[in-house]
Ligand binder design. Structure first.
Ligand code: ATP
Length: 362
């Protein structure tokens, strides 16, 4: 069992006579066996939250419960939680075998034989069975990360905490390790919190994503919920690559008015937007534009400034008014620099946010 409840967690650092609120009133219930991803810009409080859960930081206020037990002030060694770091944090003078087994040696009264048996089993699982007598300096980055993961797994903890564990690996190895980690997490069924900067990891690896900004929770949901139903403009802009396009518009009398175009809205959307007359932000994902063959009453003329063919998709950068926007074309469809795309914005694909608060209104 590894049910973790984070209740009103707050962490304030003193920095000279200033205080930095790294985590602000964070409230998250993590299910037993769940794979939860933490994302957010640099400095949003991801690592601090993880370190509070591990017991490596003292908590300013709030509670952390593991299976209902308050562990907020327990020393790290007494928590049934294992952490994997970005820089592996292996002991350089110890062999891989010793690195993996060291935690068990120190914290349990398990016999040497039993530790050896468990280390060998985990090493086989991680595909490093023949590397156990080597020291970290003799191993590649990917192999070192497997040792670091093995060290966490061998403890059979209730919870894994992983702080950007794949970020030091090259792109190809990252992809392989990503799938391996997902399979491993599913096989072991151990509750896992995983911090990443990587959009692909955030979208593909976890059951749910937690999006943080400025120490505050912005949204928690499945990757697709966060993608298709962002709570606010921040989440809309953060999740998805290339990012959502944003237009400053004014809403009145059932019409969105931008400097370069207007959109008449349906009765249903007007009802949804009742009380939201005035400044709004219109969000459109790059793949949501309807690219038309010719000019029509509802199309926007968008001159193409740059194209990036990626294979199956092409990212096309266009000018609308004095700003640049991104359009994704798929399949064989391409666009030449210097030509003009005629774009329509399907109403069902429109996201609308309050211009001041950023909260989603549609
Ligand atoms: P990154 O993605 O860059 O690792 P992060 O989201 O993990 O960032 P944290 O490392 O948790 O962010 O930092 C959150 C905030 O707390 C930042 O403003 C950071 O400068 C501050 N902070 C973190 N640790 C300390 C510390 N020991 N003393 C003072 N401030 C700190």
């Amino acid at each position: 069992m590894g049910k973790l409840d984070i209740r009103n967690l707050r962490k304030v650092f003193a920095d000279g006579d200033q205080s930095i609120v790294a985590v602000d009133d964070l409230d998250i219930d993590i299910n037993d066996g769940e794979f939860l991803i933490f994302v957010g810009p640099s400095g949003c409080g991801k690592s601090t939250t993880l370190r509070c859960i591990a017991g490596l930081e003292t908590v300013t206020s709030g509670e952390i419960l593991l299976n209902g037990d308050d562990i907020t002030h327990q020393p790290p060694t007494e928590r049934d939680i294992a952490m994997v770091f970005q820089n592996y944090a292996l002991y350089p003078h110890m062999t891989a075998r010793k690195n993996i087994g060291f935690g068990l040696e120190m914290s349990t009264d398990m016999s040497g034989d039993e530790i050896d048996r468990r280390v060998s089993k985990v090493a086989e699982m991680m595909g490093i069975g023949d590397l156990l007598e080597k020291k970290p300096g003799e191993l590649s980055g990917g192999q070192q990360q497997r040792v670091a993961l093995g060290r966490a797994i061998v403890r059979e903890p209730e919870v894994f905490l992983m702080d950007e564990p794949l970020s030091n690996l090259d792109a190809k190895l990252r992809t392989t390790m990503r799938t391996e980690l997902q399979n491993l997490q599913q096989d072991l069924g151990i509750t896992t919190i995983y911090v990443t900067h990587d959009q692909t990891e955030a979208m593909t690896m976890g059951d749910r994503i937690v999006i943080l900004d400025g120490g505050e929770l912005q949204q928690i949901g499945t990757p697709l919920e966060c993608y298709y139903e962002p709570n606010n403009r921040f989440v809309a802009g953060f999740i998805g690559s290339p990012s959502m396009n944003f237009f400053d518009v004014e809403y009145s009398d059932g019409t969105l008015v931008h400097d370069s175009f207007e959109c008449d809205l349906s009765e249903e959307t007007r009802e949804q937007l009742a009380g939201h007359e005035g400044a709004l932000t219109l969000g459109v994902r790059p793949e949501s534009f309807d690219v038309r063959g010719e000019r029509g009453p509802e199309t926007i003329a968008a001159p193409v400034t740059v194209t990036e063919p990626m294979g199956e998709t092409t990212y096309v950068y266009v000018d609308i008014g004095d700003q640049q926007y991104t359009v994704t074309l798929t399949g064989e469809r391409v666009a030449e620099t210097g030509t003009t795309l005629e774009l329509a914005i399907p109403e069902e694909k429109m996201h609308l946010f309050d211009a001041k608060t950023g909260e989603a209104v549609k």
